[in-house]
Design a protein around this ligand. Sequence first.
Ligand code: GLU
Length: 314
Amino acid sequence: MKGRFAPSPTGRMHLGNVYSALLSWLSAKSQDGSWVLRIEDIDPQRSRPEFARQLIEDLTWLGLTFDEGPYYQSERGEIYEQYLSRLKEQGLTYPCYCTRADIMATQAPHESDGRIVYAGTCRPPSLRAGSQTGNHSLPPLRGKGKGMGATRLFVPDDDIVFSDLHYGTHSINLATHCGDFILRRADGAWAYQLAVVVDDALMGITEVVRGRDLLLSVPQQIYLHRLLGFTPPSFCHLPLLCNEQGQRLCKRDKSLDLGELRKSHTAEDIVGLLAYYAGLIDHQEKVSAQELVSEFSWAKVPTEDVEIKDKGTS
Ligand code: GLU
């Protein structure tokens, strides 16, 4: 059994990130498994090495020791290239020259929850009308002289059925859920979906634990695992920690990031607070991550999001 924590080094970790790290670590340790740290620094505009260094220091301070890694996605471009080539050879990818404005202009009104469903504007004729077997002898319809464009993956009008260990069974249609999705951006940066699937598979990850904001990435990831001949890991998503406005904690919630919290709390205070929110202990008390291993059970962890009250950490 192998779990992992795969943070993006775009700021200091906040309580929500630590909650995911802690539960992923506890799940692995309670199954006698190992835990991998992978730094997802593929976004050159947002990732910074100093955030990665701080993240490793924070995890160590919290007692969340990793058995393997840290791996850095920014060093793995050649590997992603190889797997992208396999998809290209299967005739399932195509260049896309749409701007964000083009894509927004084709959105149907019901798709207003922030999800972008690509309408297939640049999809070549060989991949239209459900044909998966077409060849690429036809030139792309658009984009002459516009650089390499983004690379998109064709998705069929099929349902992906999966069972999340915490949120149950889902059946999601790829075509209406996301449409053909991006594997590599026009600026050459690797897309999260490709990098995460290749890495989870090559690193032998058997269980993915992370916030439920990524639950809806599972269909794309399972589809990619299958196309590349991998066995998908099991998925176990977590409720989100929210601020008093009901919004998911993010790196802007400065008062709940570890830089602030470490000024007045010990690691055992923070682990104890998160263990309490996770239903692992019945009142807030100091506890170490190691002490929680024997207490850990998914059955205790809530599925509803958790609101962090102001001063909820004191
Ligand atoms: N790097 C992603 C993030 O920090 C998490 C990816 C994952 O766990 O699959 O949001």
